[in-house]
Write a protein of this length. Structure first.
Lengths: 232, 293
């Protein structure tokens, strides 16, 4: 077991977003988090990172309780976060963005890992460019590269294909498949595109109103389930 | 050179000197405000403490003036660190309240220094080679003012290097832009703010040490510099380059207006000019559009 979340509740101010949320994740798995907008997918990611106002319940990660740790120490446990809307540092260069990712590395080595440059040749050729000048798809690549620089045990991907043109969506999907299937990296993927989710994931987690309403192997994700919890 | 142009050129050089004094006074404030968003009203008193640190080092330990510069830096940085730990760190999410809290700190510091050292002015001796004048061809300038210009350049290069060429600088800029994301990649923003505040205080200390030689050392001397420091930061908009541009502009205009009118009227014109600039660029010349808490 790589990560286990048990009876987690998360709040913004006094508003409760996640209610009694539990799930477990094995190493090497790709779990897809599904649900409509506003049911708590992003909050789930943020509460793993410790970015919500308040949480109760436990998160165990790689044999360590991280539920009480401050955000910067959680990332150092080996969690690579790719937030919604990418949130790269627009005023920093591509190189600086990736180096920043490696600040969270457990071994303390600061570098642009070879994996980032071989996965994303465009970034490798534009290391000195201001990240804010990149296109949306390139920024998403940078967000992934930055998270990979952490040398993470798990990648949290919050709608990585949101607002990105279709041909890049396929490219990013392929990158994620490669990371998961060939390099054995564990992924938690919040996704709206059911097709992408079906193609990539081993398991799914259906959320509605801050609770897990269904989970299982991805084959068990029936169209009825999708209709019930994802159709608006 | 045509004789009639020489005084005007001279006033431009003088403007550079004024600019460097205002800039060196504003450097610490720029860094603290630009990074942590703290409005540090005690900045003038940090300058004053730097001057007293230089005075003490010289009067009690016989330290030569140039060695007082690093001493002032360290002493005031430690004092800044102390106030950051016991007070400022609880106020990062309430930037406006930092204004009141640091104002209180400034009153405490002024009174505290007055209790310890009394209200009588203190003097800091400068070595022989700094007390004279240097001929610049068209005009004479005191070597101390030239030292201040040089020191300002050295400090700016140092800060630029720290901010843009070190890992610590990447962390500072990342925290300034997006604190949550910086934390998500292992940057301890509390520590960054702490170091930045101490650094800013230390820079005020260096400024105070320089000013101690320029004028007399008094418990209330901070208020002479704090207004110009804030004007530089506000007009510049927060980033270092903004403060450099703002102080250069203000110094030159002050000197330029003083050439045609008297100094008081020049000050008036300068303030009017700043109001006009802020009317059209309310966030300053180089507004920082960073995400703040």
């Amino acid at each position: 077991m790589l990560m286990q979340m048990s009876s987690m509740s998360a709040f913004y101010g006094k508003t409760q977003i996640l209610r009694d949320f539990s799930f477990a994740l094995d190493e090497g798995q790709c779990v897809c988090v599904l649900g409509r907008n506003g049911v708590g997918k992003t909050t789930l990611m943020r509460s793993i990172m410790g970015l919500t106002d308040r949480t109760t319940g436990q998160i165990e990660f790689a044999g360590r309780q991280i539920g009480e740790l401050p955000t910067h120490e959680r990332s150092r446990c080996g969690i690579g976060y790719i937030p919604q809307g990418r949130q790269i540092f627009g005023k920093l260069s591509v190189r600086e963005n990736i180096l920043l990712g490696s600040f969270a590395r457990a071994d303390g080595q600061v570098e642009v890992p070879e994996m980032c440059t071989s996965l994303f040749p465009y970034l490798a050729e534009n290391l000195e460019r201001r990240a804010g000048l990149l296109s949306g798809g390139q920024q998403q690549q940078l967000a992934i590269a930055r998270a990979l620089a952490v040398k993470p045990k798990v990648l949290l991907l919050d709608e990585p294909t949101d607002g990105i043109q279709p041909n890049i969506v396929a490219e990013i999907g392929e990158t994620l498949r490669m990371l998961n299937k060939e390099l054995g990296m564990t992924l938690i993927l919040a996704e709206q595109h059911i097709k992408v989710a079906r193609k990539l994931s081993d398991r799914f987690l259906m959320i509605d109103n801050g609770r897990v309403v269904a989970e299982g192997d991805i084959d068990e994700l029936t169209d009825e389930l999708v209709d019930e919890h994802m159709t608006v | 050179m045509d004789y009639s142009w020489a005084p005007l050129m001279g006033s431009l050089v003088l403007g550079l000197s004024i600019a460097s004094i205002w800039l060196v006074a504003a450097l610490g404030l720029t860094i603290i405000y630009g990074t942590a968003g703290v409005i540090n009203m005690a900045h003038g008193e940090f300058i004053m403490l730097g001057a007293y640190a230089a005075y003490c080092a010289q009067a009690y330990l016989g330290t030569p003036f140039l060695l007082c510069l690093p001493i002032s830096f360290v002493v005031v940085a430690l004092i800044g660190l102390f106030f950051e730990r016991v007070l400022i760190r609880y106020l990062y999410h309430r930037p406006l309240d930092t204004l009141l809290a640091t104002w209180g700190v400034s009153l405490m510091l002024t009174q505290g220094v007055r209790m310890i050292f009394g209200s009588s002015p203190k003097y800091v001796q400068v070595p022989e080679f700094l007390s004279g004048n240097v001929s610049l061809g068209i005009m004479n300038m005191s070597s101390l003012r030239i030292l201040i210009v040089l020191m300002t350049v050295v400090l700016i290069v140092g800060i630029w290097y720290l901010f843009y060429r070190t890992y610590f600088g990447i962390k500072i800029r990342a925290v300034t832009q997006n604190r949550e994301m910086a934390a998500s990649f292992g940057v301890n923003s509390e520590r960054i703010y702490m170091c930045t505040f101490a650094l800013g205080a230390g820079l005020a200390g260096v400024a105070g040490c320089l000013f101690s030689a320029l004028a007399i050392v008094l418990p209330t001397m901070g208020s002479n510099y704090v207004v110009e420091s804030f004007l530089v930061v506000v007009t510049g908009g927060g980033p270092l380059v903004g403060s450099i541009a703002a102080s250069a502009m203000m110094g030159e205009f002050k000197s330029f207006f003083s050439y045609f009118f008297n100094s008081t009227f020049a000050q008036f014109l300068l303030f009017v000019l700043i109001v006009i600039v802020l009317r059209f660029r309310p966030n300053g010349l180089f507004a920082n559009t960073a995400v703040r808490r």
